[in-house]
Design a protein around this ligand. Structure first.
Ligand code: GTP
Ligand code: MG
Length: 186
């Protein structure tokens, strides 16, 4: 399970429309609550099935978040390259994610709090003229925090399948790692 989180209108729903239907709507409706999509990819003969939860960024739905963070193995934390505010809000989303996850973890918490695969995604990469954050700055910030970063465009489709492929690879890696770890622990 993977959650897609971030401020309202950064393009979370649009990225999934592009991934699943090769579709882009200039006037996508703001998400209410959350929706999920199933994404399947085969890597090295291993079938990976990801339940992707597209959550609502609007403030009034924030309290629902933890329901979807529970038991998630990965998170795409998205911002809009043309909105400095959405970039600055990343910290808050990350804190939100970690706090809630830890609160909701139970006895088999082994992999859930530490093993979360996080991708920071700067969307609307097609609108270069209107960037309010430079790719450099984003890369520097993410490097310090040790997060993976990608720049996408739901409009042109740039890096959309690449993002989910990279995510699948990381999820597969973390799963193998956790499997090895639990074998060694026992
Ligand atoms: P909430 O559901 O409210 O949290 O918003 P969201 O993050 O799902 O954003 P959504 O996908 O609804 O996109 C918001 C607006 O931005 C829509 O009008 C989209 O057409 C537009 N948009 C999304 N992605 C891109 C992109 O990559 N490039 C451009 N130019 N516009 C985009
Ligand atoms: Mg949405």
């Amino acid at each position: 399970r993977v959650v897609v989180i971030g401020d309202a209108s950064v393009g979370k729903t649009s990225i999934l429309n592009q991934l699943i239907d090769n579709n882009f709507h200039e006037h996508e409706q703001s998400t209410v609550g959350a929706n999920y999509q199933l994404y399947v990819e085969e890597i090295d003969g291993i079938k990976i099935e990801i339940q992707i939860w597209d959550t609502a960024g609007q403030e009034k739905f924030r309290s629902l978040g933890p329901i979807y963070y529970r038991n998630s193995n990965g998170a795409i934390i998205m911002f809009d390259m043309t909105s400095r505010k959405s970039f600055e809000d990343l910290d808050e989303w990350i804190i939100h994610l970690y706090l809630r996850k830890n609160k909701s973890t139970n006895s088999n918490s082994n992999k859930s709090s530490n093993g979360t695969v996080i991708f920071i995604v700067g969307n609307k990469a097609d609108l270069t003229e209107n960037f309010q954050v430079s790719m450099n700055e984003v890369n520097e910030w993410a490097k310090q925090m040790d997060y993976k970063v990608m720049f996408t465009s739901a409009k042109t489709g740039k890096n959309v399948t690449q993002l989910f492929h990279n995510l699948s690879v990381e999820l597969l890696k973390s799963r193998t790692h956790n499997y090895q770890k639990s074998k060694n622990d026992s």
